[in-house]
Design a protein around this ligand. Sequence first.
Ligand code: ARG
Length: 469
Amino acid sequence: MKGKGKQATWGGRFSEGPADLMLRIGESVSFDRALARFDVQGSQAQAAMLAHVGLISGEERDALQAGLAAILAEVEAGDFVWDMALEDVHMNIEQALTERVPAAAKLHTARSRNDQVATDMRLWFRDACDRLDASLCGTLSSLVELAERTQSVTIPGYTHLQRAQPVSMAHHLLAYVEMLGRDRTRLAAVREQANVCPLGSGAIAGTTLPIDRAFVARELGFVDAAGNPRLTENSMDAVSDRDCFIDFASACATIGVHLSRMAEDFILWSSAEFHFVTLPDTFTTGSSLMPQKKNPDAFELIRGKSARLSGNLQTLLQMVKGLPLTYNRDLQEDKPPVFDSLEQSLLMLDCVAACLPGTVVNADACARAVADPALLATDLVDHLVLRGVPFREAHHVVGAMVGLSEKLDCPLDALPADAVAEVHSALGDEDWRKAFDLKQALASREKPGMPGPETVAGRIAYWQSALSE
Ligand code: ARG
């Protein structure tokens, strides 16, 4: 009888064990063993609660907790033998405990794997959000540090990937800082949502036994700022709710989109056509055929992996959408996507953080690109507006000058005075050429959110202090 005797917890009503293929499709221990730490933590709290309400003795609690600690030590040392026939991390640990501690038979009192796995995952999400936040901070710090180095490097800003208006490279980089800053907020919200205790929901309808849900919630740190326990309010929701999974995967997908856009900028900037930056050898690769190549693979892979992150979110949304309440085994498939999202997001963030310090900014190439006077055509419009020309008319006038510059093959700021004077009377004196002072153009942009050097420096200082908290 295949598998018979190995699976310990639900075999009572079966006369035959599962087929090998059933074991293979049913097992999750190959991936949910990553939950061992949280499963042990949850079971230790469960034992404490059972003793607290008198369902087990103090000695039994101590034996269970010590046995669980010993199992965890084995898992962490890599000595624990996982058995696929025991399906998942929960039954593997319970079975190992059963072999060591007689009271193990009482551990699952008033508990189901449904509220157990929900609890484990909420503990996992709290930890995952903390780890991701630490990596986000690392990436933010390296971006802010590069921004600090590039405050006086002016580059063209682009819309439609066409030269638009000048900005400091710092201002451009700080755009990504704002995005990743919002990602921290999103993750904090996921953590807050995860921080609610589902234990005691049982399989679907709680239990008739005299458990203390608040006690176990406190044991596991599922408390609000004032230390009050936070409990899920509906047992059916608690065992089938996967919102945290979706919101976590969504936060990771958004981080992925932000990193992917940043990667794209660095890929463009490192091309010979832009040459704004040179990426470090340590984060690029060569070609097996073309000896001259230096490819921005790390950033390309970040761009590629971002697809995986949004795929993981899709997987979860599709998995859940047609499920009747409450728990369905489909939900076992919820873990690989979030595990993957965490590992890939950490890797992507850590790569960016490590790559930026070695990135060289090519000031000359930036200066050549930003010397294009057409970048200040809009500033010339503003100059005319200040002289009383209505905006639409001023826009049209400068448009005509751009046309003239193309026709005469002459830079916009060097157009002959007489030709310009003919375009509009407000261009009669030479004052209009002052609009092409790059330094002045940036210095005139010191309102909140603008690329003025003081404003940018203020934002850098803000982030430096926010990140040092
Ligand atoms: N390994 C299962 C999962 O991750 C645990 C819950 C099993 N519950 C059940 N009713 N079979 O979803």
